[in-house]
Ligand binder design. Sequence first.
Ligand SMILES: [Zn+2]
Length: 311
Amino acid sequence: MKIDTIISKMLTQLSMIGILGLASMAQAEVSVLTTVSDLNAIVQEVGGKEVKSESLCKGSQDPHYVEPKPSFMLKANKADLMVSIGLGLEIGWLPSIIQGARNPKIQPGQPGFLEVGRSVTTLEVQNGKVTRAEGDVHPEGNPHITLDPIRAGELAQTIAKRLGEIDPPHAALYKSRADVLQKRLVDKTKGWGERISKTGVKQVVSFHKTLTYFFDRFNLQNPMILEPLPGVPPTAKHTMEVIERAKADKINLIMVENFFDATVANRIAKDVPGLRVEVVPVSVDGEEKIRSIDDLYEYLVSAIEGKAKHG
Ligand SMILES: [Zn+2]
């Protein structure tokens, strides 16, 4: 049987279950799907008990490459709202899920389709023509916007606004929860900034440009990444360049996003005196104890301090 036929059969069965189910229980919650776990954490806080939400991509997974499984299409079929980053992050997998979902509510242009990336200022916007020769670049800017606590607060407002449009009776409630989240992150960012500046760490090498917004927020430079080009694994030549630069600039920290291989970073650390490697989660649920968006930033700050505990 073709996958299309299977999905269509499953959908028919599901809608029958749905009809029977509706008779017995009133469906009050707004059903939300998010592409990534950081967005899910924000939706859950802003939505509270009025919303049920889950993420398609796990926090320990590379969000650029996700397999568009039929089970994702079934989930998307029942969603009232699909929240994604946009900015090209999910371009390789989200369109086929939305198409396979056959859910008119979540199609682009509909209220049930929300790309939050455009609601914040992006970094690394590419001017002029971008070709694949420059690697897996995102012309509209770096899509890893949730790594900045201040932008995360702004995203909470964007999400609250859309939830309020879909579910007007609770609009004020969503807005007030977004305000609480945003204020809390603004307050905590001051403390995180102070802790980072006390460490004396000024430059950090990362594997991919995942932490760009975090580094920018806390005045850390990211002079090199281990990928020679975005999405391209480290080469021997590029690794040598990183070693030379790290020695010359006395760089003492490499942060490796935990869905990438730390082998190259560990090899570099052997050659560069004083250089430390921290393998870090970069999403909520990226490690088991990273339960909230606050936990994520807290972990990254403690990794820079050399105090992060894994697990
Ligand atoms: Zn990326």
